[in-house]
Design a protein around this ligand. Structure first.
Ligand code: B12
Length: 135
């Protein structure tokens, strides 16, 4: 399966992003890694260009929320993305926050899977469980 990944917004934290690419490869995905400092529209452009089934976004500096408000609008603009699996993880708020409230908020923005301060492998296991259930 094809996956587009990267770090959203003006976020330069690159370490988790590199690990993400390696872990996804190791699990057999075809990975298109847009790296750090990626704007939401660029993610959607890449999904359309590559035909990816999964969009997996990282945010470490906590500023993803500001960008995520545009998710529904962009999904509607690009059309035919109803089956795209959207996942986000990392530090999904600035400062402290309750994981269940953060998850609810991001799901409203249009994400299927939300992993606030969840380690990568646990997150990828939950992605695979989600895909298995959906098929
Ligand atoms: C190294 C570091 C930096 C380096 C980054 C170097 C680089 N190019 O990567 C430097 C010094 C440049 C930096 C800068 C800043 N940083 Co910094 N940084 C860190 C630090 C110490 C480690 C991050 C790291 O690489 N960890 C190693 C990786 C492997 O672990 P991880 O990031 O936790 O990722 C794991 C999970 O989050 C998860 N994960 C990540 N993404 C995803 C996605 C999915 C889908 C899933 C399932 C899981 C997942 O998987 C990873 C492995 O398990 C953290 C504090 C910390 N101890 O975590 C702060 C931290 C991330 N930084 C922080 C901040 C605020 C900043 C600055 C804004 C500071 C400033 N005022 O300038 C700037 C950001 C500038 C910008 N434009 O983004 C905050 C964010 C706070 C928040 N969200 O509320 C942190 C948490 C420090 C803190 N406690 O305040 N930083």
């Amino acid at each position: 399966m094809k996956v587009v990944t990267g770090v959203v917004g003006n976020d330069i934290h690159v370490v988790a992003n590199r690990l993400m690419e390696l872990s996804l490869h190791a699990r057999g995905y075809e990975v298109f890694n847009l790296g750090v400092n990626t704007h939401l529209e660029e993610f959607f452009d890449a999904v359309v260009e590559t035909g990816a089934e999964i969009l997996l976004i990282s945010s470490l500096n906590g500023e993803a929320e500001g960008w995520s408000r545009e998710v529904r609008m962009l999904k509607a603009k690009y059309k035919d993305l109803d089956n795209l699996v959207m996942m986000i993880g990392g530090n999904l708020t600035v400062g402290a926050g309750k994981a269940d409230e953060i998850e609810k908020k991001y799901k409203k923005y249009g994400f299927d899977l939300v992993c606030h301060q969840v380690d990568l492998n646990t997150g990828l296991d939950s992605l695979e469980a989600f895909l298995a259930q959906r098929n």
